[in-house]
Design a protein. Structure first.
Length: 325
């Protein structure tokens, strides 16, 4: 943990729970829109609305001068990592059930635990490492390596997309921990939304007329490259909800990883798994296959084991410190 940085774990947990709830709604809405709009149009609309809410939060937290930074490269890198995480996850979402894609994505807390060692200098003992290994066994089971391509719901490449999303998301949250020492959560959110806007405009310039989508019937590629469509009036409310969600997600998760160490915050993101199963069943009528249930159990079990062990160690350390005085 950064020296002198106050660890307010309870508040961080509240923020991550709010952010994960917003993510579950966000994913459900984007899956609903994935059959008629290109991903880059959805991302642009969401981020253009979201950045307005984020700028209001910047004003509330201290004013426009907070947007000045002496670490622009890290902010841009963090934004690009979020873009890759979102793009790869949503491309998979067009072809996979919501719960399946979300379950695979929850390799992210495992990556966060591993990467916090070299990036943040956090200590991870052999028991925690064993728990992380068990979690990755769950990820492998959900990939169904024994199945033939004809029995899979999507191609191996599509199944890999949520894993790539998990890795880049983990790197993003660890950078949040570094940048959050100086930057407010609202500022971190603004930079992310700005990068999203720039990247989605770039996609529009290159592929916004849909000429590349005409060459494939793959639903994931279609979602990524189809032409922009002017939304009917009934979809404007959905786009507005996505924009508000984008601001909530960016602010809440930035706050969570600013206020507490990554190993404490990350396990609470598992709340997103039952939420994904709920939305998948209620909205899309999907229930996960048995492999996904086994993977979910192993991932959540390993994550909660790591968290509970860390809390126990923290209480023991606190008890020894108090005993000295």
């Amino acid at each position: 943990m950064t020296e002198g940085f106050q660890n307010r774990a309870g508040l961080a947990i509240a923020f991550v729970l709010g952010g994960v709830a917003a993510i579950s709604v966000n994913d459900m809405l984007i899956k609903q829109l994935s059959g008629g709009y290109p991903l880059h149009q959805i991302v642009f609309s969401r981020s253009a609305i979201g950045i307005l809410f984020s700028l209001i939060l910047v004003k509330i937290e201290g004013g426009w001068h907070l947007l000045k930074t002496d670490q622009p490269a890290l902010h841009i890198l963090r934004g690009l990592l979020v873009v890759v995480a979102n793009m790869t996850f949503f491309v998979a979402l067009a072809a996979l059930p919501l719960a399946d894609a979300t379950a695979l994505f929850f390799a992210a807390p495992l990556f966060i635990t591993l990467l916090s060692i070299p990036m943040l200098g956090e200590k991870v003992g052999p028991i925690r490492m064993a728990a992380v290994f068990v979690g990755f066994i769950g990820v492998v089971i959900m990939q169904r390596p024994w199945a033939g391509t004809e029995t899979l719901q999507a191609s191996r490449l599509v199944l890999l997309m949520p894993i790539i999303a998990a890795l880049t998301y983990a790197l993003n949250q660890l950078l949040t921990r570094k940048l959050g020492v100086k930057a407010k959560a609202s500022v971190l959110s603004v930079y992310i939304q700005a990068v999203f806007i720039v990247v989605s405009v770039g996609f529009f310039i290159v592929a916004g007329d849909g000429r590349f989508a005409a060459e494939t019937a793959n639903p994931s590629v279609q979602f990524l490259l189809r032409a922009w469509v002017w939304p009917p009036q009934e979809d404007w409310l959905v786009f507005g909800g996505l924009g508000l969600n984008a601001a909530i997600i960016g602010y809440a998760l930035s706050q969570a990883y600013r206020l507490a160490d990554a190993a404490t915050v990350a396990p609470f993101e598992y709340v997103g798994l039952p939420l994904a199963v709920f939305w998948g069943l209620v909205i899309f009528g999907d229930l996960p296959e048995w492999e996904v249930w086994v993977g979910i159990a192993l991932i959540i079990g390993s994550g909660l084991f790591v968290f509970l062990r860390e809390r126990q160690k923290a209480r023991q350390v606190k008890g020894r410190v108090r005993g000295r005085f």
